[in-house]
Design a protein around this ligand. Structure first.
Ligand SMILES: Nc1nc2c(ncn2[C@@H]2O[C@H](COP(=O)(O)OP(=O)(O)OP(=O)(O)O)[C@@H](O)[C@H]2O)c(=O)[nH]1
Ligand SMILES: [Mg+2]
Length: 419
C-alpha cells in the first residue's frame, strides 16, 4: 500500500529532576549537598532515507516518544540522558505542524536530518545551589517537562520528469521501456495507484522519471484518485504530458489535453507554470498523421509521436527531454517556514476564574515555577512568592477580583491567597 500523507504525535523526553541529597559518611558530620543533576530528555529526530518510498509505517505506528532523562542521584551523580527517537522517512517528506500548518522541514537529501522536538533540560541538583550563605539547600530544580506535538508528514516525490495524462494512455508502459522500472501495465483505468520512479540512463548522464497515476477531470477538486497525486508533480522540473493520439477510448486527444491542463491549473499556479513537453502516445495505432496534425493545431503545441510497443519516437523524446532538463534549474527543496517548537516563555501567564473564589494561572510561567519550586521548603517558597510578585501575577489576581482566602491554582501548586 502506498501512503503519502500521515498525521502523527511526537514527544521529546522530559528532563530528569535534580536530586536533593547530603553527603553521608561514617565519622563525617553534616556533609555538604551532593544531589546530582537530572539528565536531558531525548530528542525527536527525522532522517531522510533513500530506502524508504512510502509513509506506510506511519499508518500503523502513530506515536513517537523519546525517552525521559533520569533523575539526578546521590554523590553528585547526574541522571542518564534519555535516548532520541530517530524516525526514518522517504526523501521528499515535508513535515508540518498540524496546529499552525507551518512547514518545519523538507527532508530532501539522503541522510538529511532535522531535530523537530528537543528533549527537556535536566534540573540542577541541590549541590548546585550551595553558596556560603546557604550551605545546605534543601531543594533542587525539576527537569523541563516537554509537551506533545501533532505533525503532518507529506511525501512530495522528487523527480526530474513527471509523466501525466488521462488514465490508460500508456504512461507506465513508457516508463517501463525508458527505464529500469517494472510498473504494472494493464488495459484499464487506474492501473497505477502510486507514483513509480525510474532512472533513465542517457549517455553518461541520468535523470529520474515519475509515472504519476492517471488524472481525470475534477482531480484538482478531489474527484477520482487524481487529487492526492497532483502533489507529486509539484516539484518535477518538467512535465511530459501524454495523450492517446489513437483515440482508442473514443475521446478526442485535445479534450484530454485541455482537461488535464485545467486540472493542473486548478491545483496550483506552480503546476500550471511547469514547462511541458507534449507526447502523442500509441502512435502505432493512430489513424495516421492526421490525428497528430489536428491535435497540434488545436493545442498550438508541437507533440512528439511515440509508440512504446513499436519503439517509435523514443530516441527523439529522450533527446528533447534531456535538452530541456539541461536548461532548467536543478530540483530544490521547498522554501520552508522554518517553524520551530520552542519552550514556553517564562513571562507569559493568564488568569481564569474556574469557580467561585477559585482562580487558575496558566501559561509559560507555570512551567518555570513548576521547575524551580520545591514545595515544603521555606527558601523555595519565598522564591515562589517573589516571582509571583515580580512577574505581575499578584497584581493580576487582584485585578481579577481575587480576595484574601480565595484559592489560587498554579500547575500542581494550590494555595490560599493572602495579600
Ligand atoms: N498500441 C499501443 N498500446 C499501448 C502503448 N502503450 C501502452 N499501450 C497499452 O495501453 C494500455 C494502458 O497502458 P498503461 O501503461 O498501463 O497506461 P497508464 O497510462 O499507465 O494507465 P493508468 O496507470 O491506468 O493511468 C495497456 O494495455 C498497454 O499495453 C502503445 O504505444 N501502443
Ligand atoms: Mg499506469
Amino acid at each position: 500500500m502506498f501512503i503519502d500523507r500521515a498525521e502523527i504525535f511526537i514527544k521529546a523526553g522530559n528532563g530528569g529532576d535534580g536530586a536533593v541529597s547530603f553527603h553521608r559518611e561514617k565519622y563525617v558530620m553534616a556533609g555538604g549537598p551532593d544531589g546530582g543533576d537530572g539528565g536531558r530528555g531525548g530528542d525527536v529526530v527525522f532522517v531522510a532515507d533513500k530506502n524508504k518510498n512510502t509513509l506506510i509505517d506511519f499508518k500503523y505506528k502513530r506515536k513517537y516518544v523519546a525517552s525521559d532523562g533520569e533523575n539526578g542521584d546521590i554523590n553528585n551523580m547526574s541522571g542518564r540522558s534519555g535516548s532520541d527517537v530517530v524516525v526514518k522517512v522517504p526523501l521528499g517528506t515535508v513535515i508540518k505542524d498540524k496546529e499552525t500548518g507551518k512547514t518545519i522541514a523538507d527532508l530532501f537529501y539522503d541522510g538529511e536530518k532535522k531535530i523537530v522536538l528537543r528533549g527537556g533540560r535536566g534540573g540542577k541538583g541541590n549541590a548546585r545551589f550551595a553558596k556560603p550563605a546557604r550551605q545546605a539547600p534543601e531543594f533542587s530544580q525539576h527537569g523541563v517537562k516537554t509537551t506533545e506535538a501533532k505533525i503532518i508528514l507529506e511525501l512530495k516525490t522528487i523527480a526530474d520528469v513527471g509523466l501525466v495524462g488521462f488514465p490508460n494512455v500508456g504512461k507506465s508502459t513508457l516508463l517501463s521501456v525508458l527505464t529500469n522500472a517494472k510498473p504494472k501495465i494493464a488495459n484499464y483505468h487506474f492501473t497505477t495507484l502510486s507514483p513509480n520512479l525510474g532512472v533513465v540512463k542517457y549517455f553518461d548522464d541520468s535523470f529520474v522519471i515519475a509515472d504519476i497515476p492517471g488524472l481525470i477531470e475534477g482531480a484538482s477538486g478531489g474527484a477520482g484518485l487524481g487529487h492526492s497525486f497532483l502533489r507529486h508533480i509539484e516539484r518535477v522540473r518538467l512535465i511530459v504530458h501524454m495523450v492517446d493520439i489513437s483515440g482508442s477510448e473514443g475521446r478526442d486527444p485535445y479534450d484530454d489535453y485541455k482537461t488535464v491542463n485545467d486540472e493542473l491549473r486548478g491545483y496550483s499556479a506552480v503546476l500550471a507554470e511547469k514547462p511541458q513537453i507534449a507526447v502523442a502516445a500509441k502512435s502505432d495505432i493512430s489513424s495516421g498523421a492526421d490525428a497528430l496534425k489536428a491535435f497540434e493545431k488545436k493545442a498550438k503545441i508541437k507533440a512528439i509521436a511515440v509508440s512504446s510497443v513499436a519503439n517509435k519516437g523514443l530516441e527523439e523524446l529522450l533527446k528533447t527531454v534531456y535538452q530541456r532538463l539541461k536548461e532548467l534549474p536543478p530540483p530544490e527543496p521547498m522554501a520552508v517556514d522554518g517553524y520551530e517548537y520552542s519552550e514556553p516563555n517564562g513571562d507569559d501567564f493568564e488568569i481564569t476564574a474556574v469557580g467561585s473564589g477559585v482562580y487558575e494561572v496558566t501559561g509559560g510561567l507555570v512551567a518555570l515555577l513548576e521547575r524551580n519550586v520545591s514545595l515544603g521548603n521555606d527558601e523555595s517558597f519565598r522564591y515562589f512568592q517573589r516571582v509571583l510578585r515580580e512577574k505581575g501575577v499578584v497584581d493580576g489576581l487582584i485585578k481579577n477580583g481575587v480576595v484574601d482566602g480565595d484559592t489560587v491554582i498554579i500547575g500542581d501548586i494550590e494555595f490560599d491567597f493572602v495579600e
